[in-house]
Design a protein around this ligand. Sequence first.
Ligand code: HEM
Length: 126
Amino acid sequence: EKQLKPFDYIGGSEVIEQLVDTFYGNVKQHPDLYPIFPDDLTETARKQKQFLTQFLGGPPLYTEEHGHPMLRARHLPFPITPTRAEAWLDCMSRAMDEVGLEGPAREDFFRRLTLAAHHMVNTTDE
Ligand code: HEM
């Protein structure tokens, strides 16, 4: 049980915080994304930090406060097109570059996020 988790591997809560803040900075400026997000992303970022912490094997912060993630269901109120999934992944990839996350840990993390993002698609492009 002392095995290193992806969460520890990428640098723990400090790196998650930097990554998520940088990511939402990118989202705010993305023409395909900002229209479907709230203007104030403070609470969104707080939940995303909790979620990604547990996604990477860290403490189950999201579930402790909000219950089962059910992320696809929680995204149904928002039109997630294939274009928006790619935009989300692009904002994340750039955020990873910006915080200097690289190597196999980044690649595994990004691969899992790619699957999750595609799973979130709930409507077609016009
Ligand atoms: C919430 C968009 C993919 C995790 C949200 C919200 C939007 C959104 C609009 C609501 C923000 C708010 O009202 O606070 C998108 C789009 C995606 C995407 C366009 C493209 C595929 C993902 C992925 C993950 C994720 C891949 C996780 C790996 C979350 C979490 C929340 C959230 C944890 C907060 C849920 C809550 O309210 O408890 N997303 N999302 N999203 N998203 Fe996404």
